[in-house]
Write a protein that binds this ligand. Structure first.
Ligand SMILES: Nc1nc2c(ncn2[C@@H]2O[C@H](COP(=O)(O)OP(=O)(O)OP(=O)(O)O)[C@@H](O)[C@H]2O)c(=O)[nH]1
Ligand SMILES: [Zn+2]
Length: 219
C-alpha cells in the first residue's frame, strides 16, 4: 500500500476523532483486484436488468464503471489520493478573511448513488499558514469523490481545512441539487439544498459570521 502523506494522515485522524469519517470497512485489496471484482458484480447487475452484454456498446460498460468508481468518482475514499497540499508561511501576516467562492462540486448521493451537483464556498482567516488557493478546490474535490450526504461532506471539508491550516476559523457552505430529488422520487427540478459548517469566530462572532454570509451572497 502507498504510504500516506503527512497531510492525509493528519486529516484522516482528525475526521476519525470527530466521528466524521465516511462509514467504511477496510479491505486488504489493491485497486486492480478491487476493479476486477466491481466489474464482475456490475456485469451481473446488468445481466439481471436483461441487458445484452454481447452488444458492442454495452460489452465494455462493466469495465468502464469499475474504472470510473475506483479511479474517479469514488477515489476520495482512499487517502492515497489525498491532494498534495502547499502551505505558505503567513509572512504577510494576513488576518482578514480569504474566500474561494463557487467551487464546482460533483458528488454522489450515498442513498441512491446518483449525482449531487453543487457549488462550495470556503472562507478562512489565516493564522500561521496560508494555503495554495487551488488546494482548497482540491480538498473539496477529494471529499466530493465519495458516496456522500451533503451535511457530512460540508463538515469533512471544514475539519480538513482546520487541521491543515492550524486554525478553527474556517467556514464552508454548499449549495447543491440532488438528482435523487430531481430525477426520481419527488422529481422536484428546482429545489436546492444549502448546508453550512462554521468554525471558531465564524460561529461565535456575529460580525465574522455576517461577513461570511455577505461573501456567500456576493456583496
Ligand atoms: N439529509 C440528507 N438526506 C439526503 C441527502 N441525499 C439524499 N437524501 C435523502 O435520503 C432520503 C432517503 O429516504 P428513503 O425513504 O430511505 O428513500 P426513498 O424511498 O428513495 O425516498 P424518496 O427520495 O422520498 O423517494 C431521501 O429523503 C433523500 O432525499 C443528503 O445529502 N442529506
Ligand atoms: Zn439520494
Amino acid at each position: 500500500m502507498t504510504e500516506l502523506s503527512l497531510a492525509a494522515q493528519k486529516v484522516k485522524e482528525a475526521l476519525a476523532a470527530k466521528n466524521l469519517e465516511t462509514p467504511s470497512c477496510r479491505l486488504t485489496m489493491d485497486n486492480c483486484e478491487r476493479k476486477n471484482k466491481i466489474e464482475a458484480h456490475f456485469r451481473e447487475i446488468m445481466k439481471l436488468m436483461e441487458l445484452d452484454l454481447t452488444d458492442d456498446s454495452l460489452a465494455e460498460t462493466p469495465h468502464r464503471v469499475s474504472k470510473m468508481y475506483v479511479d474517479e468518482i469514488f477515489s476520495g475514499l482512499y487517502y492515497e489520493n489525498f491532494p498534495k497540499i502547499t502551505l505558505i508561511e503567513n509572512k504577510m501576516q494576513v488576518d482578514e478573511m480569504i474566500t474561494v467562492r463557487d467551487i464546482t462540486l460533483t458528488s454522489v448521493c450515498e442513498h441512491h448513488f446518483v449525482t449531487i451537483d453543487g457549488k462550495a464556498t470556503v472562507s478562512y482567516i489565516p493564522k500561521d499558514k496560508v494555503i495554495g488557493l487551488s488546494k482548497i478546490n482540491r480538498i473539496v474535490e477529494f471529499f466530493s469523490q465519495r458516496p456522500q450526504v451533503q451535511e457530512r461532506l460540508t463538515q469533512q471539508i471544514l475539519v480538513a481545512l482546520q487541521t491543515l491550516l492550524g486554525t478553527v476559523n474556517v467556514a464552508v457552505s454548499i449549495d447543491a441539487t440532488h438528482y435523487c430529488v430531481k430525477a426520481r422520487g419527488i422529481k422536484d427540478s428546482s429545489s436546492m439544498t444549502t448546508t453550512t459548517a462554521l468554525g471558531g469566530g465564524f460561529k461565535t462572532n456575529p460580525s465574522t459570521r455576517q461577513e461570511f454570509l455577505r461573501a456567500l451572497n456576493h456583496y
